[in-house]
Design a protein around this ligand. Structure first.
Ligand code: NAD
Ligand code: MN
Length: 356
């Protein structure tokens, strides 16, 4: 069997209630797929910080780096007021493992009134998020002012557009293999604001176009759109997007906005992807308001698990999980409270396992 070592990082709050669902669905995959998973439980998060003084223990990073093919990350709580020594472990993990792409599929069921099926591919290492800010004072500027570096590199822009092209091709292959979709051919939309930021976003635009002009992407249509007009179109005609590629900040904003189009955060998955490594991560946080009640929606995690499998090259296994989740949503009999139902996490998971 093809052995896959998977790290499990539940984190805080409902992260601990949904990550077990990811493990269970991996264990329930049909043996005909020839996959065998080995799981390692790993710590991270605010509670880990309070216990040990480190939000991301060395062991977690070492095991992920040296022993794992992929991982599932639940959610972590961040204190509302800055706590000395604490910083987000997922942000640190993205850096330490060079997970340069944040991939967020946003999809409704096929029978929805306005079906959506898009993936936002966000550059995850640079742009304004290099956090090189400073506060200065100058009477000529009226006193105190602050500024920040927006850094865009050719290397990061080329590789993020390349992975967007690869995702568009893979989605087309999945469609050809029978996956239900509203799209019939692959399309990548490059997002930027190069009309104003001609050097930074201008470089992103040029590099993205160059990467997507490679012969292997000949079958992928490429268009570009200025980010503000994109927001308008995203809200009016979300069904017209297939794959969107964006620099870090626009990608962050677009992906949260797009998530709002499908009704609940409990449905939206993501993956942090690097060379040969992927961490599946539901988009939601630790949800302290429903923690411990056993009613968290596990679907974002199950879809994140499938997404991790896609990036490990296990598309067939991923397709099975997506189909089982869709069957649960289409039937709409066992839904969690965030979707207007009464089912517990356990009831939703067992229904999806049954459909698998
Ligand atoms: P949140 O995503 O935790 O919750 C927002 C709302 O959505 C809440 O009402 C919650 O009950 C609901 N919700 C979220 N996931 C759900 C699910 N699976 N099923 C049903 N309902 C769900 O965001 P928040 O309340 O702004 O933040 C709570 C904590 O999580 C904070 O400490 C924040 O810093 C952290 N957070 C972490 C991440 C992450 O780990 N990636 C992301 C966002 C927020
Ligand atoms: Mn965000």
């Amino acid at each position: 069997a093809n052995r896959r070592a998977t790290g499990l990082i539940p984190g805080d709050g409902i992260g601990r209630e949904v990550i077990p669902a990811g493990r269970r669905i991996l264990e329930a995959l049909p043996s005909s797929l020839g996959l065998k998973f080995e799981f390692t439980d790993l710590d991270a998060g605010f509670e880990t910080f309070q216990k040990t003084g480190a939000a991301l223990p060395e062991r977690t990073v070492d095991v992920l780096k040296n022993e794992c093919d992929g991982a599932l990350f639940g959610a972590v709580s961040s204190p509302t007021k800055a706590v000395k020594g604490y910083s987000s472990p997922i942000v640190a993990l993205r850096k330490k493992l060079d997970l340069y792409a944040n991939v967020r599929p946003v999809k409704t069921v096929a029978s929805a009134a306005n079906p959506i099926d898009m993936v936002i591919v966000r550059e995850n290492t640079e742009d304004l998020y290099v956090k090189e800010e400073r506060t200065l004072e100058d009477p000529a500027r009226g006193g105190v002012y602050a500024e920040a570096i927006k850094r865009i590199s050719a290397r990061a822009s080329l590789r993020i557009a390349t992975i967007a092209g690869e995702i568009a091709l893979r989605r087309q292959k999945l469609r050809e293999a029978g996956a239900a979709s509203i799209h019939t051919s692959p399309l990548v939309t490059i997002t930027h604001k190069s009309n104003v930021l001609s050097q930074t976003d201008g470089l992103f635009r040029t590099c993205a176009k160059e990467a997507l002009a490679a012969p292997r992407f000949a079958g992928v249509a490429v268009e570009e759109q200025i980010v503000d007009s994109m927001v308008y179109k995203l809200f009016r005609q979300p069904g017209s997007y297939d794959v969107i590629v964006a620099p870090n900040l626009y990608g962050d904003i677009l992906s949260d906005g797009a998530a709002a189009l499908v009704g609940s955060l409990g449905l939206v998955p993501s993956a942090n992807v690097g060379e040969g490594f992927a961490i599946g991560e539901p988009c939601h946080g630790s949800a302290p308001d429903i923690e411990g009640k056993g009613i968290a929606n596990p679907i974002a995690t199950l879809r994140s698990t499938a997404l991790m499998l896609e990036f490990l090259g296990e598309e067939k296994a991923a397709a099975k999980i997506y189909a089982a989740v869709d069957a649960n949503l289409e039937e709409a009999k066992l839904l969690s409270p965030d979707l207007g139902g009464k089912a517990t996490t356990e009831e939703v998971v067992s229904d999806i396992l049954k459909k698998l």
